[in-house]
Design a protein around this ligand. Sequence first.
Ligand SMILES: Cc1cc2nc3c(=O)[nH]c(=O)nc-3n(C[C@H](O)[C@H](O)[C@H](O)COP(=O)(O)OP(=O)(O)OC[C@H]3O[C@@H](n4cnc5c(N)ncnc54)[C@H](O)[C@@H]3O)c2cc1C
Length: 417
Amino acid sequence: MSLKVAVIGSGITGLSLAYFLKDEEIELQVFERGDRIGGRIKTVEFSEELVEIGAVYYHSTNKLVSELVNDFNLNFKPLERQRVGLWDGERFVFKTSNSELLTQLKMLWKFGFGITKLGGLIGEVKDMNSSFYTGLPFTTVEEFLGDGMMRKSTSETVVRYLKSRGFSDKIIQNLVLPTLRYVYHHAGSSDSNAFSGIVSLIAYDSDPVYYLPEGNFALIENLASKISKVHLNSPIEKIEQLENGVMINDELKFDMAVICTPLEISNIELTNVNNKGLMINTFKGYYKTLVKGYPNLDYFGTKSMNDLPPMILTTMTSPFYGFEKIRDSTIGGDIYEITSSTQLSDDILNNLFTKIEISQSFELPYTFADLKVKNSFPPIIISKDIYYANAMDTIIATMESSVLMGLNISKLIMERT
Ligand SMILES: Cc1cc2nc3c(=O)[nH]c(=O)nc-3n(C[C@H](O)[C@H](O)[C@H](O)COP(=O)(O)OP(=O)(O)OC[C@H]3O[C@@H](n4cnc5c(N)ncnc54)[C@H](O)[C@@H]3O)c2cc1C
């Protein structure tokens, strides 16, 4: 007799779990409360260009996402390295240069010899990432973390951890934290766990970072096309652990349920389970404003467009997290995206640009868990027949970690068939 499994959430976690189980003797149904699939992956069209509102890039060491992209014959491209500037709300604290050598010399000048340790740390992070795939399936986050670098870096703040590794305040404040803030938006702060901080540094690795020119939604659509039942507009409000199996919304009986969404934002009542330690994060929303226009060089204190770095990271004192040129255009100005915790007012936009051809603001109601140091983690196995795929959101939330959790739980389920 085949198992009946309910998957709650049609983001990349839920869809990849369903995809990994597609050839098994399992009757699987995906329930999505919204009217679209993809969750925090959302590709939109702006000024005839495809733009990502949620997840954008994946690193070449992301084995599982790379495999899916290949399986679906999707086109992928390496992201071109851009000049980066660090803006503190009033001036540029640092700018990289077009020449790699000049950038390295500038970094040495700005940050001192301590910066030469960065390459070594990035190498360690890559080794750590490659250990993600060993030991599957794991049944707890603690088991996944092991007792090496992953465990240590989740139990300390990024500032303390990097200080103990000999990195200076200057490097931490002016390079690591702005990068963390760029990658994790509001969740990236000085008391974030070190794990998220050092994983963000992979942005400085010389190996390529890729994007999908057709949009990440192509990945989501391909996953969904392999699955028979995705119910949209179908919120799950209650999951009850029965003696055997689960009851969903008081009416649907399944052998198992897998929660593929952060519980904190899901309004799911769990009954007959131990709820302790399940809801430990705060999630906040964010805005991405897309603008086709001409930046105000006076605002940034630069003399020419060549002087304005296409990618601007910010220190904690700036009103936005990032300001980035994402597409060139010959008519009407280039396309820029600005990320911020609140919607940017017309006044701010009119300060940032001298001429705006078109602008549109997008809201994501939740982005990342707060990433604070935590010494215990939500369970992956909530009760006998209820699994929680987003138990790791508190330490890492990427497309790769989501697919990894999908794969991990698919293996836990297969062990029961
Ligand atoms: C702004 C931003 C930028 C990012 N950039 C990157 C990046 O460049 N690279 C990268 O690898 N990752 C990035 N990420 C992270 C990545 O997008 C996420 O880790 C990943 O998409 C999470 O997928 P998920 O399926 O676990 O959760 P979600 O995508 O949040 O999916 C959960 C789904 O469950 C649904 N749901 C919730 N409650 C219920 C309910 N009660 N009943 C039914 N359905 C429910 C939701 O509507 C949603 O569709 C970014 C994230 C954000 C927000």
